[in-house]
Design a protein. Structure first.
Length: 319
C-alpha cells in the first residue's frame, strides 16, 4: 500500500549530500530538474527548505521540520499497512529476487535471514546469476526484484522502479604486499592515485572469464591508448575468487570499488586508470506494484541500508 514519497526522497538526498550534483546522480535525474523541483517545492510550501552557499545546500529549520514530518507520516502509514496485512493475510506470498554472485555473501548471511524472521509469511525465492540475465528475467516478469549494475539498454522500462544503493568507480585492485613499484599521480575527478597505460600493461593481471565487463573495459582502454592488450595471466570465474587471488598477491585486477568494499578484504590497494573516471551504480530494480506491500518496501530499505553500511565500514585506503 505505502510508497516512499518522491518529495521526501529528493529532499533527503540533497540534505545527505549537501548539494544537487551527487544527489542528482544517485536519483537518476538531471541537476537542472532537481533544482526546479526544490524551487517549486519551496514555492508550494511558502518557506525555504535549504540555505544556499554557492553549490552547498544546508537544511533550514523549516527543511528539518519538513523531513521530520514526512518521516512521521511514513511511519504511520507503515504501521497501518502492517496491521492490515497481519490481519488479512492468511496465505504465504512469494517475493522473487535476483542478485549477482558478488552480492550473494551479504544477502544470504546478513539480510535474507533477518527479513524471513520478521516476515515468516513471505516466502523468498532467490536466484543468483549474471546481471545481464537478471535484467532480462525482470523485464520478462519472471523476477519481482533484482540487484543490478547494468542499465536496461534499448528496453521499455516504464514499468520498472529504480532504487539507488551505491555508486563507485572502476579501478585497479592491488595486493597490499605487492613488490611492484608503480609511479602514480593525482587527477581531478578520479578517486584514487592514477596509473599510466604503459604502467598497467606491465602488471600481472587477473581477469574474470572471457568477455566479462571488467576484462573488456581494461582491454578496450589499453588497445585505444597504447594499442596493446592487457597482460592477463590468470582467469577465474567469480569476483570472489578474483579478489581472493589479489589478496594472495597473485596479481592485480580491474573492478568497481564498492565490490571490493563489500568483499570485506582489508589488505588491498586501489588505483585509478582511464581517460575519464568510469562510474558504475548498484541499484535495486523492481516491477511497479512490488512496493505496494510495506514488507517488500522494508526488504528494499533493509538491503539499501545494510549494503551502504558495509561499503562505508570497509572502505579501503588508496595508498
Amino acid at each position: 500500500m505505502i510508497k516512499m514519497r518522491k518529495d521526501y526522497t529528493y529532499i533527503q538526498r540533497i540534505a545527505e549530500y549537501g548539494g544537487l550534483t551527487k544527489a542528482a546522480d544517485e536519483l537518476f535525474v538531471s541537476v537542472p530538474a532537481l533544482s526546479r523541483f526544490v524551487k517549486n517545492k519551496e514555492k508550494e510550501l511558502g518557506v525555504k527548505l535549504f540555505q544556499r552557499n554557492g553549490k552547498t545546500f544546508q537544511l533550514t529549520y523549516a527543511g528539518q521540520k519538513y523531513l521530520e514530518t514526512e518521516e512521521q507520516i511514513q511511519t504511520l502509514w507503515r504501521n497501518f499497512d502492517n496491521s492490515v496485512q497481519n490481519h488479512t493475510q492468511g496465505l504465504k506470498t512469494t517475493l522473487k529476487i535476483g542478485f549477482p554472485l558478488s552480492l550473494g555473501k551479504i544477502l544470504i548471511s546478513k539480510i535474507i535471514p533477518r527479513f524471513e524472521k520478521k516476515y515468516p509469511r513471505i516466502s523468498l525465492y532467490a536466484y543468483e546469476d549474471k546481471v545481464v540475465v537478471l535484467n532480462r528475467l525482470l523485464l520478462q516478469g519472471k523476477l519481482d526484484l533484482i540487484f543490478t549494475m547494468k542499465e536496461f539498454e534499448n528496453k521499455d522500462t516504464s514499468n520498472i522502479d529504480i532504487f539507488p544503493i551505491v555508486s563507485g568507480q572502476i579501478c585497479l585492485i592491488a595486493p597490499e604486499r605487492t613488490s611492484t613499484v608503480v609511479e602514480t599521480n593525482y587527477r581531478p575527478s578520479f578517486s584514487y592515485p592514477w596509473l599510466k597505460p604503459k604502467t598497467i600493461n606491465k602488471l600481472p593481471l587477473i581477469g574474470l572469464r572471457q568477455h566479462s565487463f571488467f576484462r573488456e573495459h581494461i582491454k578496450k582502454y589499453l588497445l585505444t591508448t597504447i594499442a596493446q592488450e592487457p597482460n592477463i595471466q590468470v582467469t577465474l570465474s567469480t569476483i570472489e575468487h578474483v579478489l581472493l587471488a589479489v589478496d594472495s598477491n597473485i596479481g592485480w585486477t580491474p573492478m568497481v570499488d564498492f565490490l571490493v568494499y563489500l568483499s570485506g578484504l582489508k589488505h588491498l590497494k586501489l588505483y585509478s586508470f582511464g581517460s575519464q573516471p568510469y562510474q558504475m551504480n548498484l541499484v535495486i530494480a523492481c516491477n511497479k506494484g512490488i512496493t505496494d506491500s510495506s514488507a517488500n518496501l522494508e526488504f528494499i530499505n533493509l538491503c539499501i541500508n545494510k549494503i551502504r553500511k558495509e561499503v562505508h565500514k570497509n572502505g579501503i585506503k588508496s595508498n
